[in-house]
Write a protein that binds this ligand. Structure first.
Ligand SMILES: [Zn+2]
Length: 354
C-alpha cells in the first residue's frame, strides 16, 4: 500500500509529460516500461532521503521512473546507436562473464556490466558535469534492470528472440514474454496491455508493484548484500531450464516463471535502492568494491581499455544544453505510437550472433 503512494504522487507529472508525443522507432523494450518503472518505484521507496534528494538534483524535472525507461527510447537514434549493446550481455550458457572476453568481437561493442561500471564511475567522479551525471544515472537505473532479465544475458537463440511461441493465444517469442508478456499477465490477466503496448503508465507500474509478494527484511538484506557480478550470476542461474521448460503450455510455464519474474523485479528494485544510497552518499566500502571491479575488468582486458563505454550522445560532447537530450520536456516522451512492438523481430538489433 505504501508503495502505491510512492507511485501515485508522480501521476500528474507523467500524465502531462505523456501529452508530448513523438513517434518511437520500432524497438525492444527490455523489461518494458512496466518492468523498468516498477523497479524505479521500488527503489525510490527504499532509498534514504539524502540519496533521493541527490538523485532528484541530478535528474531535474525527470522522475526516477522516466529515467529508468529512457534509454530504451533513444537507442536506435544515430547519436545513441553505440549504446544498444549496453542493454545486454551475450554470455554462453554455463560460462563466466570474463571468459567471454576472448571471443572475437565481444569487447568491441560494450556490454551491460561494463556500462554499469562506467555509469557508477561517472556518478562518483567529482569532475563529471551535471549532464554527464544525468545520462549516467538514466543508464545505471535502466541497465541494472536489464541485467535482472535472465534472457538479456543468454547467448542462445538471440536471447530467446528466435524462439517463436504462442503465449496465451498471442504470437510472440520467448524473449518478449520475459520483457513484458508475463508481467502483463500478472497485471491484467492477459499477455497484452488493454490500452495497447504504447500506453503503459506509471499507475500500471504502481499497481504491479503493489501486487508483488512482500519481501522479508532477511530477503532484502540478502539481495542487497551483493554487487554487479553477483547480479549477473543470479540472473543467469536458471537460464538452462528457462529455455528447456518452454513446451508450448503457457499456463504451466507462467505458473513456474511468473513468480520468478516478480522476484527478479523486486531484487532489481531493492538492489538499485541500496546501490544508489551508496553512490549518492559516497559510502567508502561500496566505493572500494566499485574500484576493485573496475580494476578486475581492466586486468581482463590486458591492462588497457581499448573500447571505452560512452554514455553520452555521439558528437554531443556531454556539455551544455541539448547534447541529444531532446524529445521535449526533460528529454522524455511516453507513449509514442508504434513503440511497443511485440512479437515479430522485436529486439533483433539487440542480439548479435557470436
Ligand atoms: Zn534495455
Amino acid at each position: 500500500m505504501n508503495r502505491m503512494k510512492a507511485g501515485v504522487c508522480q501521476l500528474a507529472i507523467i500524465f502531462i509529460a505523456g501529452l508530448s508525443i513523438i513517434g518511437f522507432s520500432n524497438n525492444s523494450w527490455a523489461w518494458g516500461f512496466l518492468g523498468h518503472e516498477s523497479i524505479a518505484l521500488i527503489a525510490q521507496e527504499h532509498m534514504t532521503p539524502a540519496a533521493l534528494a541527490e538523485v532528484h538534483a541530478i535528474l531535474g524535472n525527470m522522475t526516477m521512473e522516466q529515467a529508468a525507461a529512457w534509454p530504451d527510447t533513444i537507442k536506435q537514434e544515430p547519436q545513441w546507436a553505440h549504446t544498444a549493446s549496453y542493454h545486454f550481455i551475450n554470455i554462453k550458457l554455463g560460462q563466466s562473464y570474463f571468459s567471454q572476453y576472448s571471443r572475437p568481437g565481444f569487447l568491441q561493442k560494450g556490454d551491460a556490466i561494463r556500462a554499469l561500471v562506467k555509469a557508477e564511475n561517472i556518478l562518483r567522479s567529482r569532475s563529471s558535469t551535471m549532464i554527464q551525471k544525468k545520462y549516467a544515472l538514466c543508464f545505471l537505473e535502466h541497465i541494472e534492470g536489464d541485467l535482472h532479465q535472465p534472457l538479456h544475458e543468454a547467448n542462445r537463440a538471440r536471447g530467446g528472440n528466435s524462439i517463436k511461441i504462442t503465449f496465451f493465444g498471442r504470437s510472440t517469442n520467448l524473449h518478449a514474454i520475459w520483457d513484458y508478456g508475463m508481467l502483463f499477465e500478472i497485471l491484467w490477466g492477459q499477455p497484452r496491455s488493454p490500452n495497447g503496448y504504447k500506453n503503459i503508465t506509471v499507475q500500471d507500474a504502481a499497481k504491479l508493484v503493489s501486487m508483488l509478494p512482500v519481501a522479508t527484511p532477511a530477503e532484502i538484506a540478502t539481495w542487497q548484500n551483493s554487487y554487479i557480478l553477483d547480479w549477473s550470476r543470479d540472473a543467469r542461474s536458471r537460464l538452462p531450464e528457462i529455455f528447456k521448460d518452454w513446451n508450448g503450455n503457457s499456463q504451466s510455464y507462467y505458473s513456474k516463471y511468473g513468480p520468478y519474474a516478480e522476484e527478479m523485479i523486486e531484487k532489481a528494485g531493492y538492489r538499485l535502492a541500496a546501490w544508489l544510497d551508496a553512490i549518492m552518499t559516497n559510502q567508502p566500502f561500496q566505493a572500494q568494491k566499485a574500484q576493485a571491479l573496475r580494476q578486475e575488468i581492466l586486468a581482463h582486458m590486458g591492462g588497457k581499455d581499448q573500447y571505452p563505454i560512452v554514455l553520452q550522445p555521439e558528437n554531443g560532447g556531454g556539455q551544455g544544453s541539448g547534447g541529444g537530450w531532446h524529445h521535449g520536456g526533460g528529454g522524455w516522451h511516453h507513449g509514442g505510437s508504434g513503440g511497443w512492438h511485440h512479437g515479430g523481430n522485436g529486439g533483433s538489433h539487440h542480439w548479435h550472433n557470436g
